[in-house]
Design a protein around this ligand. Structure first.
Ligand code: CTP
Length: 400
Protein backbone atom coordinates (compact mmCIF):
# COMPACT_ATOMS: atom_id res chain seq x y z
CA UNK A 1 0.00 0.00 0.00
CA UNK A 2 1.56 3.38 -0.99
CA UNK A 3 2.27 5.70 1.94
CA UNK A 4 1.66 9.44 1.96
CA UNK A 5 2.65 11.90 4.67
CA UNK A 6 0.06 14.68 4.60
CA UNK A 7 1.41 17.89 6.15
CA UNK A 8 -1.11 20.52 7.20
CA UNK A 9 -0.10 24.12 7.99
CA UNK A 10 -2.00 26.86 9.80
CA UNK A 11 -4.25 28.63 7.35
CA UNK A 12 -7.96 28.95 6.86
CA UNK A 13 -7.75 26.31 4.09
CA UNK A 14 -6.59 23.71 6.65
CA UNK A 15 -10.11 22.32 6.80
CA UNK A 16 -9.78 21.27 3.13
CA UNK A 17 -6.92 18.93 4.10
CA UNK A 18 -9.59 16.72 5.65
CA UNK A 19 -11.10 16.17 2.19
CA UNK A 20 -7.67 15.49 0.67
CA UNK A 21 -7.03 12.91 3.40
CA UNK A 22 -10.37 11.20 2.90
CA UNK A 23 -9.91 10.94 -0.87
CA UNK A 24 -6.43 9.46 -0.55
CA UNK A 25 -7.60 6.92 2.03
CA UNK A 26 -10.55 6.00 -0.24
CA UNK A 27 -8.06 5.43 -3.07
CA UNK A 28 -6.22 2.84 -0.96
CA UNK A 29 -3.39 5.05 0.26
CA UNK A 30 -1.94 4.84 3.78
CA UNK A 31 -2.07 8.44 5.05
CA UNK A 32 0.05 9.67 7.98
CA UNK A 33 -0.97 13.24 8.87
CA UNK A 34 1.31 15.85 10.42
CA UNK A 35 -0.23 19.05 11.79
CA UNK A 36 1.88 22.09 12.63
CA UNK A 37 1.10 24.00 15.85
CA UNK A 38 -0.66 26.69 13.82
CA UNK A 39 -2.71 24.10 11.91
CA UNK A 40 -4.18 22.94 15.21
CA UNK A 41 -5.63 26.41 15.72
CA UNK A 42 -7.76 25.77 12.63
CA UNK A 43 -8.58 22.06 12.79
CA UNK A 44 -8.30 19.41 15.47
CA UNK A 45 -5.72 16.62 15.25
CA UNK A 46 -8.53 14.29 16.30
CA UNK A 47 -10.40 14.96 13.03
CA UNK A 48 -7.45 13.78 10.94
CA UNK A 49 -6.64 10.93 13.34
CA UNK A 50 -10.18 9.63 12.85
CA UNK A 51 -10.02 9.78 9.04
CA UNK A 52 -6.39 8.90 8.31
CA UNK A 53 -4.62 5.55 8.52
CA UNK A 54 -2.73 6.40 11.69
CA UNK A 55 -2.88 8.89 14.54
CA UNK A 56 -2.10 12.48 13.51
CA UNK A 57 1.42 13.56 14.45
CA UNK A 58 1.94 16.98 15.96
CA UNK A 59 5.35 17.13 17.58
CA UNK A 60 8.95 16.00 17.22
CA UNK A 61 9.05 15.13 20.91
CA UNK A 62 5.65 14.12 22.32
CA UNK A 63 4.97 10.67 20.90
CA UNK A 64 6.45 7.26 21.79
CA UNK A 65 8.72 7.35 18.71
CA UNK A 66 12.04 9.09 19.54
CA UNK A 67 12.75 9.99 15.89
CA UNK A 68 9.35 10.37 14.18
CA UNK A 69 10.63 12.64 11.37
CA UNK A 70 13.10 10.10 10.01
CA UNK A 71 10.59 7.26 10.26
CA UNK A 72 7.87 9.27 8.56
CA UNK A 73 10.25 10.72 5.95
CA UNK A 74 11.96 7.46 5.08
CA UNK A 75 8.80 5.37 4.83
CA UNK A 76 6.89 7.87 2.68
CA UNK A 77 6.33 7.29 -1.03
CA UNK A 78 5.14 10.89 -1.29
CA UNK A 79 4.86 13.90 1.01
CA UNK A 80 1.98 16.31 0.38
CA UNK A 81 1.72 19.67 2.15
CA UNK A 82 -1.78 21.17 1.87
CA UNK A 83 -2.21 23.95 2.66
CA UNK A 84 1.39 25.21 2.53
CA UNK A 85 1.73 28.67 4.08
CA UNK A 86 4.30 31.34 3.15
CA UNK A 87 6.09 30.45 6.39
CA UNK A 88 6.37 26.75 5.45
CA UNK A 89 7.61 27.59 1.93
CA UNK A 90 10.23 29.95 3.39
CA UNK A 91 11.48 27.45 5.93
CA UNK A 92 11.55 24.58 3.42
CA UNK A 93 13.43 26.67 0.84
CA UNK A 94 15.94 27.78 3.50
CA UNK A 95 16.42 24.26 4.86
CA UNK A 96 15.12 25.14 8.34
CA UNK A 97 13.71 22.26 10.35
CA UNK A 98 12.21 23.53 13.58
CA UNK A 99 9.17 21.27 13.86
CA UNK A 100 8.02 17.80 12.83
CA UNK A 101 6.75 18.78 9.37
CA UNK A 102 9.85 20.73 8.29
CA UNK A 103 12.15 18.04 9.75
CA UNK A 104 10.22 15.37 7.81
CA UNK A 105 10.52 17.40 4.60
CA UNK A 106 14.30 17.45 4.99
CA UNK A 107 14.48 13.80 6.03
CA UNK A 108 12.55 12.39 3.08
CA UNK A 109 13.84 11.31 -0.31
CA UNK A 110 10.33 10.78 -1.63
CA UNK A 111 8.77 13.22 -4.11
CA UNK A 112 7.13 16.22 -2.42
CA UNK A 113 3.97 18.05 -3.53
CA UNK A 114 3.30 21.43 -1.93
CA UNK A 115 -0.02 23.22 -2.35
CA UNK A 116 0.33 26.87 -1.31
CA UNK A 117 -2.60 28.90 0.02
CA UNK A 118 -2.40 32.50 1.23
CA UNK A 119 -3.58 36.01 0.51
CA UNK A 120 -2.84 37.35 -2.99
CA UNK A 121 -0.38 39.99 -1.70
CA UNK A 122 1.59 37.34 0.15
CA UNK A 123 1.53 34.89 -2.79
CA UNK A 124 2.77 37.57 -5.18
CA UNK A 125 5.50 38.80 -2.83
CA UNK A 126 8.95 38.42 -4.39
CA UNK A 127 10.22 36.46 -1.36
CA UNK A 128 7.47 33.85 -1.69
CA UNK A 129 7.84 33.62 -5.46
CA UNK A 130 11.60 33.14 -5.13
CA UNK A 131 11.11 30.43 -2.51
CA UNK A 132 8.66 28.64 -4.80
CA UNK A 133 11.12 28.92 -7.70
CA UNK A 134 13.90 27.51 -5.50
CA UNK A 135 11.74 24.57 -4.47
CA UNK A 136 10.74 23.90 -8.08
CA UNK A 137 14.39 23.89 -9.17
CA UNK A 138 15.06 21.29 -6.48
CA UNK A 139 12.42 19.04 -7.97
CA UNK A 140 9.57 19.84 -5.56
CA UNK A 141 6.16 19.69 -7.23
CA UNK A 142 4.11 22.84 -6.64
CA UNK A 143 0.37 23.02 -7.27
CA UNK A 144 -0.20 26.74 -7.77
CA UNK A 145 -3.11 28.27 -5.86
CA UNK A 146 -6.25 29.21 -7.74
CA UNK A 147 -8.07 32.50 -8.22
CA UNK A 148 -11.13 32.84 -6.05
CA UNK A 149 -12.69 34.01 -2.85
CA UNK A 150 -10.24 34.26 0.02
CA UNK A 151 -10.72 34.65 3.76
CA UNK A 152 -12.17 38.03 4.76
CA UNK A 153 -14.11 38.36 1.50
CA UNK A 154 -11.12 39.27 -0.71
CA UNK A 155 -10.94 37.84 -4.21
CA UNK A 156 -7.70 36.95 -6.04
CA UNK A 157 -4.97 34.37 -6.57
CA UNK A 158 -4.10 32.43 -3.44
CA UNK A 159 -6.95 30.00 -2.82
CA UNK A 160 -5.86 26.45 -2.12
CA UNK A 161 -6.13 24.24 -5.18
CA UNK A 162 -9.27 22.11 -5.20
CA UNK A 163 -8.91 19.09 -2.85
CA UNK A 164 -9.99 16.74 -5.66
CA UNK A 165 -7.19 18.11 -7.82
CA UNK A 166 -4.69 17.81 -4.99
CA UNK A 167 -5.67 14.19 -4.36
CA UNK A 168 -5.57 13.37 -8.09
CA UNK A 169 -2.13 14.98 -8.49
CA UNK A 170 -0.89 13.05 -5.46
CA UNK A 171 -2.22 9.79 -6.91
CA UNK A 172 -0.56 10.52 -10.28
CA UNK A 173 2.77 11.19 -8.55
CA UNK A 174 2.39 7.96 -6.59
CA UNK A 175 1.64 6.08 -9.79
CA UNK A 176 4.86 7.50 -11.29
CA UNK A 177 6.77 6.52 -8.19
CA UNK A 178 5.42 3.02 -8.45
CA UNK A 179 5.85 2.74 -12.21
CA UNK A 180 9.21 1.06 -11.60
CA UNK A 181 7.76 -1.70 -9.43
CA UNK A 182 8.47 -5.04 -11.08
CA UNK A 183 10.33 -3.44 -14.01
CA UNK A 184 13.83 -4.49 -15.00
CA UNK A 185 16.31 -1.64 -15.01
CA UNK A 186 19.90 -2.00 -16.26
CA UNK A 187 22.27 0.69 -14.98
CA UNK A 188 25.95 1.14 -15.79
CA UNK A 189 28.39 2.88 -13.48
CA UNK A 190 32.02 3.92 -13.26
CA UNK A 191 34.80 4.51 -15.72
CA UNK A 192 36.12 1.70 -17.88
CA UNK A 193 39.77 0.65 -17.81
CA UNK A 194 41.48 -0.22 -21.05
CA UNK A 195 44.58 -2.36 -20.59
CA UNK A 196 47.96 -1.25 -21.90
CA UNK A 197 49.64 -4.27 -20.38
CA UNK A 198 48.83 -6.57 -17.42
CA UNK A 199 49.53 -3.78 -14.87
CA UNK A 200 48.67 -0.49 -16.59
CA UNK A 201 45.48 0.88 -18.08
CA UNK A 202 43.96 3.96 -19.73
CA UNK A 203 41.09 5.19 -17.54
CA UNK A 204 39.06 8.22 -16.55
CA UNK A 205 37.97 10.02 -13.40
CA UNK A 206 34.42 8.64 -13.11
CA UNK A 207 33.82 7.29 -9.57
CA UNK A 208 30.61 5.37 -10.25
CA UNK A 209 28.70 7.26 -7.53
CA UNK A 210 25.96 8.51 -9.87
CA UNK A 211 25.31 5.08 -11.39
CA UNK A 212 25.26 3.40 -7.98
CA UNK A 213 22.82 6.06 -6.69
CA UNK A 214 20.53 5.38 -9.67
CA UNK A 215 20.66 1.64 -9.06
CA UNK A 216 19.97 2.00 -5.34
CA UNK A 217 17.05 4.40 -5.75
CA UNK A 218 15.51 2.29 -8.55
CA UNK A 219 15.77 -0.79 -6.32
CA UNK A 220 14.12 1.06 -3.43
CA UNK A 221 11.28 1.93 -5.83
CA UNK A 222 10.66 -1.72 -6.51
CA UNK A 223 12.61 -2.32 -9.73
CA UNK A 224 14.68 -5.41 -10.45
CA UNK A 225 18.05 -3.75 -10.99
CA UNK A 226 21.09 -5.07 -12.82
CA UNK A 227 24.08 -2.85 -12.10
CA UNK A 228 26.95 -3.26 -14.55
CA UNK A 229 29.78 -1.46 -12.82
CA UNK A 230 33.53 -0.96 -12.73
CA UNK A 231 33.32 0.65 -9.27
CA UNK A 232 33.88 -0.97 -5.93
CA UNK A 233 31.03 0.80 -4.17
CA UNK A 234 28.21 -0.69 -2.09
CA UNK A 235 24.87 -1.51 -3.70
CA UNK A 236 21.49 -1.82 -2.00
CA UNK A 237 20.51 -5.39 -1.22
CA UNK A 238 18.59 -6.93 -4.07
CA UNK A 239 20.62 -5.17 -6.76
CA UNK A 240 22.25 -7.71 -9.06
CA UNK A 241 25.84 -6.52 -9.47
CA UNK A 242 27.87 -7.45 -12.56
CA UNK A 243 31.50 -6.33 -12.22
CA UNK A 244 33.30 -5.44 -15.44
CA UNK A 245 36.46 -3.61 -16.32
CA UNK A 246 36.77 -2.72 -20.00
CA UNK A 247 34.40 -1.08 -22.49
CA UNK A 248 34.14 -4.40 -24.32
CA UNK A 249 33.15 -6.29 -21.13
CA UNK A 250 30.61 -3.58 -20.32
CA UNK A 251 29.24 -3.75 -23.87
CA UNK A 252 28.81 -7.52 -23.71
CA UNK A 253 27.13 -7.45 -20.26
CA UNK A 254 24.79 -4.58 -21.18
CA UNK A 255 23.76 -5.87 -24.59
CA UNK A 256 22.85 -9.30 -23.16
CA UNK A 257 20.97 -7.89 -20.16
CA UNK A 258 19.18 -5.10 -22.05
CA UNK A 259 17.20 -7.51 -24.23
CA UNK A 260 14.81 -8.14 -21.32
CA UNK A 261 15.09 -4.68 -19.75
CA UNK A 262 12.36 -2.04 -19.56
CA UNK A 263 14.90 0.68 -18.87
CA UNK A 264 18.63 1.02 -19.63
CA UNK A 265 20.58 3.88 -18.06
CA UNK A 266 24.13 4.47 -19.29
CA UNK A 267 25.67 6.46 -16.46
CA UNK A 268 29.12 4.94 -16.98
CA UNK A 269 32.00 6.86 -18.50
CA UNK A 270 32.91 4.44 -21.26
CA UNK A 271 36.29 4.84 -22.94
CA UNK A 272 35.99 5.98 -26.54
CA UNK A 273 39.38 4.53 -27.45
CA UNK A 274 41.47 1.62 -26.25
CA UNK A 275 45.06 0.52 -26.90
CA UNK A 276 44.97 -1.38 -30.17
CA UNK A 277 47.47 -4.07 -29.16
CA UNK A 278 47.80 -4.36 -25.38
CA UNK A 279 51.06 -6.02 -24.46
CA UNK A 280 50.65 -9.50 -22.96
CA UNK A 281 53.71 -8.81 -20.76
CA UNK A 282 54.60 -5.79 -18.66
CA UNK A 283 56.12 -3.10 -20.91
CA UNK A 284 59.70 -2.58 -19.76
CA UNK A 285 61.16 0.88 -19.27
CA UNK A 286 64.45 -0.26 -20.78
CA UNK A 287 62.67 -0.87 -24.10
CA UNK A 288 62.11 2.88 -24.46
CA UNK A 289 58.96 5.08 -24.77
CA UNK A 290 56.27 2.91 -26.36
CA UNK A 291 54.15 4.08 -29.27
CA UNK A 292 50.54 4.12 -28.15
CA UNK A 293 48.23 3.16 -30.97
CA UNK A 294 44.53 3.45 -30.08
CA UNK A 295 41.39 2.09 -31.73
CA UNK A 296 37.75 3.08 -31.14
CA UNK A 297 35.51 1.11 -28.78
CA UNK A 298 31.89 0.34 -29.60
CA UNK A 299 29.47 3.08 -28.54
CA UNK A 300 27.18 1.08 -26.25
CA UNK A 301 24.54 3.80 -25.93
CA UNK A 302 24.26 4.21 -29.69
CA UNK A 303 23.93 0.42 -30.05
CA UNK A 304 21.16 0.45 -27.43
CA UNK A 305 19.40 3.28 -29.27
CA UNK A 306 19.49 1.26 -32.51
CA UNK A 307 18.28 -1.94 -30.84
CA UNK A 308 15.57 -0.24 -28.75
CA UNK A 309 12.24 -2.05 -28.48
CA UNK A 310 9.02 0.01 -28.57
CA UNK A 311 8.27 1.08 -25.01
CA UNK A 312 11.82 0.52 -23.79
CA UNK A 313 13.35 3.62 -22.22
CA UNK A 314 17.02 4.40 -22.87
CA UNK A 315 18.77 7.09 -20.85
CA UNK A 316 22.19 8.54 -21.62
CA UNK A 317 24.55 10.83 -19.77
CA UNK A 318 26.55 13.59 -21.38
CA UNK A 319 29.71 14.76 -19.69
CA UNK A 320 30.70 18.11 -21.14
CA UNK A 321 33.15 20.88 -20.38
CA UNK A 322 31.63 23.49 -22.73
CA UNK A 323 28.42 24.22 -24.74
CA UNK A 324 26.50 21.79 -22.52
CA UNK A 325 23.02 22.05 -24.05
CA UNK A 326 24.20 21.99 -27.67
CA UNK A 327 26.47 18.98 -27.25
CA UNK A 328 23.97 17.07 -25.13
CA UNK A 329 21.14 17.72 -27.60
CA UNK A 330 23.34 16.43 -30.43
CA UNK A 331 24.07 13.22 -28.46
CA UNK A 332 20.36 12.81 -27.61
CA UNK A 333 19.38 12.88 -31.27
CA UNK A 334 22.45 11.05 -32.60
CA UNK A 335 22.18 8.12 -30.20
CA UNK A 336 18.34 7.95 -30.33
CA UNK A 337 17.86 8.09 -26.57
CA UNK A 338 14.73 9.13 -24.67
CA UNK A 339 16.37 11.18 -21.95
CA UNK A 340 19.81 12.75 -21.69
CA UNK A 341 21.24 13.77 -18.33
CA UNK A 342 23.83 16.39 -19.16
CA UNK A 343 26.34 17.75 -16.72
CA UNK A 344 29.20 20.16 -16.82
CA UNK A 345 32.12 18.18 -15.45
CA UNK A 346 34.43 21.17 -15.40
CA UNK A 347 32.83 22.59 -12.21
CA UNK A 348 34.16 21.47 -8.84
CA UNK A 349 30.79 20.60 -7.24
CA UNK A 350 29.27 18.55 -10.08
CA UNK A 351 30.25 15.57 -12.17
CA UNK A 352 33.18 13.27 -11.47
CA UNK A 353 34.16 12.05 -8.00
CA UNK A 354 32.07 14.50 -5.91
CA UNK A 355 28.84 13.64 -4.05
CA UNK A 356 26.75 16.37 -5.67
CA UNK A 357 25.59 17.01 -9.19
CA UNK A 358 23.76 19.63 -11.20
CA UNK A 359 22.20 18.51 -14.44
CA UNK A 360 20.27 19.55 -17.48
CA UNK A 361 17.62 16.91 -18.23
CA UNK A 362 16.83 16.86 -21.94
CA UNK A 363 13.89 14.83 -23.22
CA UNK A 364 13.46 13.51 -26.75
CA UNK A 365 10.14 15.43 -26.69
CA UNK A 366 12.10 18.71 -26.47
CA UNK A 367 11.58 19.19 -22.73
CA UNK A 368 14.50 20.68 -20.80
CA UNK A 369 14.81 20.97 -17.02
CA UNK A 370 17.77 22.43 -15.22
CA UNK A 371 18.20 21.13 -11.69
CA UNK A 372 19.68 22.86 -8.67
CA UNK A 373 22.82 21.44 -7.04
CA UNK A 374 21.56 18.10 -5.70
CA UNK A 375 23.01 15.06 -4.02
CA UNK A 376 23.51 12.25 -6.51
CA UNK A 377 20.68 10.35 -4.76
CA UNK A 378 18.32 13.31 -5.21
CA UNK A 379 19.26 13.62 -8.88
CA UNK A 380 18.76 9.87 -9.25
CA UNK A 381 15.24 10.31 -7.82
CA UNK A 382 14.44 13.03 -10.36
CA UNK A 383 15.84 11.05 -13.30
CA UNK A 384 13.78 8.02 -12.24
CA UNK A 385 10.63 10.14 -11.97
CA UNK A 386 11.18 11.16 -15.61
CA UNK A 387 11.81 7.53 -16.55
CA UNK A 388 8.59 6.51 -14.77
CA UNK A 389 6.64 9.14 -16.72
CA UNK A 390 8.15 7.84 -19.98
CA UNK A 391 7.24 4.26 -19.06
CA UNK A 392 3.64 5.16 -18.38
CA UNK A 393 3.38 7.64 -21.29
CA UNK A 394 3.02 7.12 -25.03
CA UNK A 395 5.64 5.06 -26.89
CA UNK A 396 9.13 6.49 -27.04
CA UNK A 397 9.93 9.38 -29.35
CA UNK A 398 12.19 7.40 -31.70
CA UNK A 399 10.12 4.39 -32.72
CA UNK A 400 12.04 1.95 -34.84
N1 CTP B 1 28.85 5.91 -24.17
C1 CTP B 1 28.75 4.58 -24.50
N2 CTP B 1 29.77 3.94 -25.14
C2 CTP B 1 30.88 4.60 -25.47
C3 CTP B 1 31.00 5.98 -25.14
C4 CTP B 1 29.97 6.61 -24.47
O1 CTP B 1 27.73 3.96 -24.20
N3 CTP B 1 31.86 3.96 -26.09
C5 CTP B 1 27.72 6.56 -23.49
C6 CTP B 1 28.00 7.04 -22.10
O2 CTP B 1 27.73 6.05 -21.13
C7 CTP B 1 27.02 8.21 -21.96
C8 CTP B 1 26.90 8.72 -23.38
O3 CTP B 1 27.36 7.68 -24.22
O4 CTP B 1 25.74 7.77 -21.54
C9 CTP B 1 27.68 9.96 -23.67
O5 CTP B 1 29.02 9.80 -23.29
P1 CTP B 1 30.05 10.99 -23.46
O6 CTP B 1 31.41 10.54 -23.05
O7 CTP B 1 29.48 12.25 -22.82
O8 CTP B 1 29.98 11.24 -25.02
P2 CTP B 1 30.66 10.59 -26.25
O9 CTP B 1 29.57 10.06 -27.13
O10 CTP B 1 31.72 9.62 -25.84
O11 CTP B 1 31.27 11.86 -26.97
P3 CTP B 1 32.50 12.82 -26.54
O12 CTP B 1 33.38 11.96 -25.64
O13 CTP B 1 33.12 13.19 -27.83
O14 CTP B 1 31.89 13.98 -25.81
Amino acid sequence: MPRVVLGVCGGIAAYKAVEVCRRLVDAGVHVAPILTDDAQRFIGALTLSALASERAHTSLFDGPDPIPHTRLGQSADLVVVAPATAKLLGKYAAGISDDLLTATLLATRAPVLVCPAMHTEMWEHAAVQENVATLRRRGVHVLDPEEGRLAGGDVGAGRLSDPVRIADTALALLAGNHALTGRTVVVTAGGTREALDPVRYVGNRSSGKMGHALANVAARRGAHVVLVTTANLPATSGVEVVRVESAQEMHDAVMTRSVQADVVIMAAAVADFRPKAPSPQKIKKADGVPDLVLEPTTDILAALGRAKRPGQVVVGFAAETERLREHAAAKLAGKRVDLMVANDVSTSDAGFEVDTNRALLLGADGGADETALLTKEQLAGLVLEKVAALLSGPASAHPI
